[in-house]
Structures are given as C-alpha cells and as structure tokens.
Design a protein around this ligand. Structure first.
Ligand SMILES: [Zn+2]
Length: 179
C-alpha cells in the first residue's frame, strides 16, 4: 500500500506530528486516536479496503516539551516569508542581512538577522540601517512557530490541502511593523 503521510493532532487540535499511514492505522486500532479527515481513496490491501486517514486527532493530550527552533538561513527566510525586510520585494534568491553589521558587534541572533534582497544588500553593505538611510519594515524577533512541528515539516504541511485548515497561522510572523 502507498505510504502517504498523516497529520496527527493533539486532543486540543494542535498539530503534534506527521506519521506514515501504517502508524496512523495502528493508533486507530489501538483506540488512541480518531479520524478527523479521510482521504478520498481507500487503502486497498490483501485483506480488503480500509478507510485511509489524512488527519487524526489523539484522544488524550500528549505532553511534549517545546522544541528548540534552530537559527538557520532557511529559518530566517521562512520567518520573513522570503520578503526583503527593507524594500518589501519577494524573491527566491534572498540574502541574509545582519541589521547591526558584524564589524560593530552585531550578533548572529534572531533579532539581528533579516531576509534582504540583493539590491538592498548592495545598498546597505556594511552600514547600519541609519547610516544607509534604510528602515526595517518590522522588528525581527525569534519566531514562535508551531509548538510541535519542526519548521521544515510545517512548511511541507502547508502544501497539503487536507491539512491546511489544521495548521496554526502566525500573524506575528506576517506583520509586526516598526514605528
Ligand atoms: Zn530589498
């Protein structure tokens, strides 16, 4: 049978993880989860047809520690939605800018790194925003993404129609303006 992925929600509907359909079916058989969304095509196996889940919800609340969100180039670009934080242009070939440049002690941290297009990167060069006369559209912050899903899993999950309704939306990632 085809091993498609299944989104697993906690009992409070927060996304918990993504598992394969075998694991999903065993959760159902063990009575640990309920089906929230079914896929259109059933699973055909030697034993006959079986309903194929797309989204499950655990019957009890699974407690897990919050994962550390790792600071990386990809994570900064995703937080900024691939949008230049100076001019607002959206592009695939973004660079990462140190708002306070490294040579004046700018740290490599969530609140000092932003997505920056190549044009703005050239213009800003090694200057501070004030020296370059450029303004940040919003104050960069450590994002508070999904409690459980990793960022790559979250981004992948956003591409799935059956899952999208269950993924949290993060307004603070979209627009926090700097006065
Ligand atoms: Zn720009």
């Amino acid at each position: 049978m085809a091993l498609h992925d299944v989104l697993v929600l906690n009992s409070n509907y927060e996304p918990l993880n993504v598992c394969n359909v075998r694991r999903a079916i065993s959760l159902l058989i063990l009575g640990k989860a309920d089906v929230i969304v079914l896929r259109d095509e059933p699973i055909v196996s030697a034993g006959g047809e079986l309903d194929s889940p797309a989204v499950l919800r655990m019957k009890y609340q699974v407690k897990r520690p919050l994962p550390q969100l790792r600071l990386s180039r990809h994570a900064v670009l995703a937080r900024d939605n691939y949008t230049c934080q100076y001019c607002g242009v959206r592009a695939k070939d973004m660079t990462i800018d140190h708002v306070v440049p490294r040579w004046v002690g700018g740290p490599h941290t969530w609140d000092n790194l932003v997505a920056c297009c190549r044009r703005c990167n050239l213009k800003k060069a090694d200057k501070t925003p004030q020296q370059a006369n450029m303004t940040l559209r919003r104050k960069p912050r450590r994002p508070s993404y999904i409690p459980y899903l990793s960022l790559p899993t979250y981004l992948k999950a956003q591409g799935r129609d059956e899952w999208r309704d269950f993924l949290p939306y993060f307004p603070e990632v979209q627009s926090v303006s700097v006065a």
